[in-house]
Design a protein around this ligand. Structure first.
Ligand code: PMP
Length: 446
């Protein structure tokens, strides 16, 4: 029996249609994970694999944190489920208040979801409904950005700007897109590029074309993650904020990756000094242990919805999920936020970020490396492809890394890194060295 299969039969392997995975390739050569602790996974063939992406940007505090497990178990034994509609349980209110303490001032009302994608949908629906409540029903258009990633549901895919995620599904919602901020002039920038704030002015062109009276909101990731770590050019987000303000357009930050320490701060809004109207969060909120997301809005937005209704929720916001504010997820999130604070993990992340920047840019002269970007404890390489070749180099690099005992993410033409906040310095060094070796091997056709 192949131990890479963790004892699974072929029928079992075939039964699971895996997400964002080349299923046929995986099922020929499975990369099965059977356990996790601290910064390491255990693979089915018994190896320790360094977790170079904190799961999927989720597990910044490291794996198998006893504090979180304990909180979950306690919650399970007291209240395993509570109806989320028309009834409450204390954990969700405590968590909501705890989250608002980490958000920019004014963003102090929290709507719970179960994922980043659902947080995005919630924010887009709130934006449209908000203008309707204010008597401006024509303000419906949603503006995204090229290369943006906002999850996989229809609204998120529509404002999203990664072509491969949209094309196969046919027509999306009617949206418009800002240009992305990945400029050739900024190749190999360290942290935020200096050049590119003017790209925010494209919003003025969109406004001219569609008229602000038809536009509900602009949604951007303050630092785009899935497209391969695109930090905002200096001044860019502020310029977007100003234009939105002048034209009565809501600004939504999708902070599903950036909230709770990835950038060394509670939010990207805090790091970049720009306060949006709505922030979406997920991933690190529960350290990835239980699915949970949320949409956090300015108090004024919430209050606009509270002007009618009373007992009739249909007059407030007819929206919510069976598992919104699930008691077990709330317990996991409360324990996570407690742990992040107690162990000073935002600060740890910020300190490691300097080191990652230093090390990763040492790879700039390697063959195949077209660009390197970093922001907070996140970095990406853009890998060249030979003309006419499919985008397989990054995947092959990621496979080499797995063989060498490191998990990194390949997406499109990029390799992405985002290690846990509890990583040791020498582990970053080890990962970057292994990455250099892997790139060289792939460049040499090995
Ligand atoms: N928004 C952003 C910015 C994300 O990075 C992601 C996930 N990578 C999502 C939304 C979607 O989150 P989920 O996969 O939890 O639905």
């Amino acid at each position: 029996m192949n131990d890479k299969l963790a004892g699974l039969s072929q029928t079992q392997l075939d039964a699971h249609w895996m997400p964002y995975t080349g299923n046929r390739q995986f099922k020929r050569d499975p990369r099965m994970i059977t356990a996790a602790d601290g910064c390491y996974f255990t693979s089915a063939d018994g190896r320790q694999i360094f977790d170079g992406l904190s799961g999927l940007w989720t597990c910044g505090a490291g794996h198998n944190r006893k504090e979180i497990a304990k909180a979950i178990n306690q919650q399970l034994e007291t209240l395993d489920f509570a109806p989320s509609f028309q009834f409450g349980h204390p954990g969700s209110f405590k968590l909501a208040e705890r989250i608002t303490r980490l958000m920019p001032e004014g963003l102090n009302r929290v709507f719970f979801t179960n994922s980043g994608s659902e947080a995005v949908e919630t924010s887009l629906k709130i934006a449209r409904a908000y203008w309707r409540k204010r008597g401006l029903a024509s303000k419906t258009k949603l503006i995204g950005r090229s290369k943006g990633y906002h999850g996989v549901n229809f609204g998120g895919v529509s404002v999203g700007g990664i072509g491969a995620n949209r094309a196969i599904y046919g027509p999306a919602l009617s949206t418009a897109h800002l240009p992305h901020t990945l400029l050739p002039e900024n190749r190999f920038s360290r942290g935020q590029p200096e050049y590119g704030a003017h790209l925010a002015e494209s919003l003025l062109e969109i406004i001219e074309l569609h008229d602000a009276s038809n536009i509900a909101a602009v949604i951007v990731e303050p630092m785009a993650g899935s497209a391969g770590i695109l930090p905002p050019p200096e001044g860019y987000l502020q310029r977007l904020r100003d234009i939105c303000e002048q034209h009565q357009i809501l600004l939504i930050f999708d902070e599903v990756i950036t909230a709770f320490g990835r950038l060394g701060t509670a939010t990207g809004a805090e790091l970049f000094g720009v306060v949006p109207d709505i922030i979406n969060i997920a991933k690190q909120l529960t350290n990835g242990v239980i699915p949970m997301g949320a949409t956090v809005v300015q108090q004024t937005i919430y209050e606009t919805f509270m002007q009618q209704g009373g007992a009739d929720y249909q007059l407030e916001l007819p929206h919510g999920y069976t598992y919104s504010a699930h008691p077990v997820a709330c317990a996991a999130a409360l324990a996570t936020l407690e742990l992040l604070e107690r162990d000073n993990l935002f600060k740890h992340s910020a300190e490691l970020a300097y080191l990652l920047e230093e090390y990763i840019h040492q790879l700039s002269n390697l063959p195949l490396v077209y660009d390197i970007r970093n922001c907070g404890l996140a970095a990406a390489l853009t890998i060249e492809r030979a003309p006419g070749e499919p985008l397989l180099h990054p995947f092959r690099i990621a496979l080499k890394m797995w063989e060498k005992g490191f998990y990194v993410r390949y997406s499109g033409d990029t390799i992405q890194l985002g290690m846990p906040f509890i990583t040791r310095r020498e582990e970053i060094d080890g990962l970057v060295n292994a990455l250099a070796e892997s790139v060289l091997e792939v460049a040499n056709g090995q």
